[in-house]
Design a protein around this ligand. Structure first.
Ligand code: SIN
Length: 289
């Protein structure tokens, strides 16, 4: 190792002005990172939750290879992956497509899984000239801003998660009438549900975060529909306040990596008439505690 570099930072991390999210430069992600550089990337990701790497002209193979440096692939259900790339999803919307843009509801990726993905990596292949931003909510800061009374109320609660509203037999995609480029696989599997702690603790930072979303949380264990609805409704309004949001504006060839354990996200539309193409992988996570 070059002694002159020992202890020196290899990457430049510029936090977003919102205090949540950061841009990382000084890296070529098409190359295998050294253990020290990878550790810096992971530490910046833990600190900022959503990290953007601009100007990364990655092939699908390079995207897969970088994903595997972060951790093993997660399992991506209900969407047909790219041919020859079982762990890459193409989020593609054609200029004339009328179906609602994919991801247009607050969620944390695949939170209905027993072990939801720790990370999602999304790379912009074609960005529209207008719209198409991705919004992120800082669910750790949102949790920390709650009163001690509300934190105590939420502490023992378990939220019920399911893919039913989106991918279930009676879900949004099952009822869709407009043609969609992405191949969605509606399934009775999606109608299953499981519970996770409503407040989860991040395995790396130790910070607590709200772990609920209107897309995949269908109730709170042991509470009536009305009771769950009231508490969840309050939490959704709370965590999506402007002060907890980072709006990510894409540039072509940008890779974004977010932490599903402490954030929720929403894909904004506003680009009808323009092509948008993104490539997405996930990294496996743990059982939320
Ligand atoms: C998603 O993964 O939910 C989609 C995000 C995006 O396309 O901006």
């Amino acid at each position: 190792m070059d002694q002159a570099l020992a202890g020196a930072s290899r990457i430049a991390v510029a936090p977003q002005s919102t205090g949540f999210g950061a841009e990382i430069t000084g890296l070529d992600l098409s190359q295998q990172l050294s253990p020290a550089t990878l550790a810096e990337v992971k530490s910046a990701w833990a600190a900022h939750s959503v990290v953007a790497f601009p100007d990364q002209p990655l092939s699908l193979e390079a995207l897969e290879a970088f994903t595997l440096q972060i951790g093993p692939f997660g399992i991506d259900p209900f969407i047909k992956p790219m041919a020859g790339h079982p762990n890459v999803l193409e989020l593609r919307r054609e200029p004339d497509e009328k179906a609602k843009n994919f991801g247009a509801g607050w969620h944390s990726d695949w939170s209905f899984q027993k072990e939801p993905p720790a990370a999602t990596l999304l790379r912009s292949e074609v960005t529209p000239p207008v719209g198409g931003d991705t919004l992120f909510a800082d669910c750790a800061r949102a949790y920390e801003a709650l009163s001690d009374g509300m934190k105590a109320l939420l502490a023992p609660l378990k939220a019920v998660h399911s893919a039913t509203r989106a991918y279930g037999t009676q879900g949004v995609f099952a009822k869709e009438t407009e043609a969609r480029t992405m191949e969605i696989v509606v399934s009775a599997e999606a109608d299953k549900s499981l519970t996770h702690p409503l407040v989860r603790t991040h395995p790396v930072t130790g910070r607590k975060a709200l772990f609920v979303s209107p897309t995949y949380t269908v109730g709170i264990e042991g509470l009536t529909f009305q009771e769950s609805h009231a508490i969840l409704g309050f939490l959704y309004t709370h965590m999506t306040q402007e002060q907890f949001i980072y709006r990510h504006k894409w540039r072509q060839g940008m890779l974004l990596m977010w932490d599903n354990r402490c954030t929720a996200h929403f894909a904004d539309g506003g680009y009808d008439g323009h092509l948008r193409v993104m490539h997405r992988t996930t990294v496996a996570g743990d059982v939320p505690v």
